[in-house]
Design a protein around this ligand. Structure first.
Ligand SMILES: [Zn+2]
Length: 375
């Protein structure tokens, strides 16, 4: 009897033990599961958080950089004085100059044109939002095309004398010009902007196809980068302007491709007339330029190739007179919205820029497009 009772007790006890063990295992498994879920959530969170500070590095985070640059502070900071806009230019161009090789994992569709896959380092991924000038703003951007040349050093001396800044759209058309390429470094060191015009300036070659244009552009881009030690400007100028007698078949595709890569471009709203053929007199260049400035033009077309001595001779007088009238001479820094009257191809540019993941047009332009129902 006693034995039976003990056996019963033993069975009862071992049954309870099994029950406890099972419960214990269920509780343990649940705990492990919960812990795994919690740590997975923490891990994912920690992966997301540190991405914010590197927003400007990669194109995939461009929406973050766009969100931050929509704050008025960054837009205003590019406006108040020439110094602040230059320092912004430097600070935005320098950090991106180093990681260019590790740059960007821009996704290009498999069926995209082959030229989109070329030059993976030819992107502007850190472009700030653009602004426009007030109609009565007394700001002049002298732009000098086709240099450098033997007239570049004397031009830099004149600009220095009047503490004026300018923009150089440069080429490397010949061995002769290559000799002057080192002057691009002096341009940058003295606070001017150096941007790509083209390498060869041969209309028939560069406008043969989008690919031919890119090949030529990249060559000049690299030359400027190697010579100056920093990235060229994040904008450029087409030889002959954005629409000319040589690029009718390709200009729209080139605009689309360059804006896709984050580049913008400027034509001009004032022309010094120094390329009008023949020997344009200094007096005409002076009169054309002052006239344009007084009409409220901001971006003035001039040239700095070897046969433009007449231009060089007028620059000092133009700056001196206009400065007395309260005008300020600045270098373009890529924050001025080109669609505010500085393009021959406004419609094409705006539509391409709105498709680009890197370009943020000015509020002025976006309001205009909204009113038209374009966005
Ligand atoms: Zn040119």
């Amino acid at each position: 009897m006693k034995l039976k009772r003990n056996k019963k007790r033993y069975r009862y006890a071992s049954g309870r033990r099994r029950l406890y063990t099972r419960r214990f295992m269920i509780v343990s498994i649940c705990t492990i599961l919960v812990a795994a879920i919690v740590s997975a959530v923490i891990f994912i969170g920690s992966q997301l958080v540190p991405r914010v500070p590197v927003a400007s590095e990669g194109p995939s985070q461009s929406s973050q950089s766009s969100a931050s640059s929509e704050k008025p502070s960054s837009e205003e900071s590019s406006q108040p004085s020439s110094e602040s806009s230059e320092s912004q230019e430097e600070s935005s161009s320098q950090p991106s100059s180093e990681p260019s090789s590790s740059q960007p994992e821009v996704s290009v569709a498999d069926d995209a044109p082959a030229y989109q896959k070329k030059y993976p380092d030819l992107y502007v991924t850190d472009r700030p939002k653009m602004h426009v000038l007030d109609d009565d703003a007394k700001v002049v951007y002298l732009t000098f095309d086709d240099g450098p040349s033997d007239l570049t050093a004397p031009l830099l001396d004149v600009l220095k004398k009047y503490n004026a800044k300018a923009t150089f759209f440069n080429c490397c058309q010949s061995d002769y010009q290559e000799e002057f390429a080192p002057l691009m470094k002096r341009c940058v060191d003295e606070g001017h902007t150096v941007a790509v015009h083209t390498y060869s300036h041969q209309f028939k070659e560069v406008y043969q196809s989008v690919e031919a244009y890119l090949d030529d552009f990249y060559k000049m881009y690299k030359l400027i980068e190697e010579t100056t030690g920093q990235k060229p400007a994040n904008f450029f100028r087409f030889p002959g302007g954005s629409k000319n007698g040589y690029n009718g078949d390709v200009y729209q595709d080139i605009i689309k491709e360059m804006t896709r890569r984050g580049f913008i471009y400027y034509d001009w709203d004032g022309d010094s007339g120094d390329a009008a053929g023949g020997n344009v007199s200094g007096a005409t260049i002076y009169a054309n330029t002052m006239d344009a400035i007084h009409k409220g033009c901001n971006i003035i077309l001039m040239h700095n190739i070897f046969d433009k001595k007449a231009t060089l001779e007028q620059v000092g007088k133009i700056i001196k007179t206009a400065q007395k009238e309260g005008y300020e001479f600045k270098a373009l820094d890529g924050t001025l919205d080109p669609s505010h009257g500085y393009l021959m191809t406004t419609k094409e540019f705006v539509s391409a820029a709105m498709d680009s993941q890197f370009i943020q047009l000015s509020d002025w332009r976006m309001e205009k497009e909204k009113a038209k129902g374009n966005r």
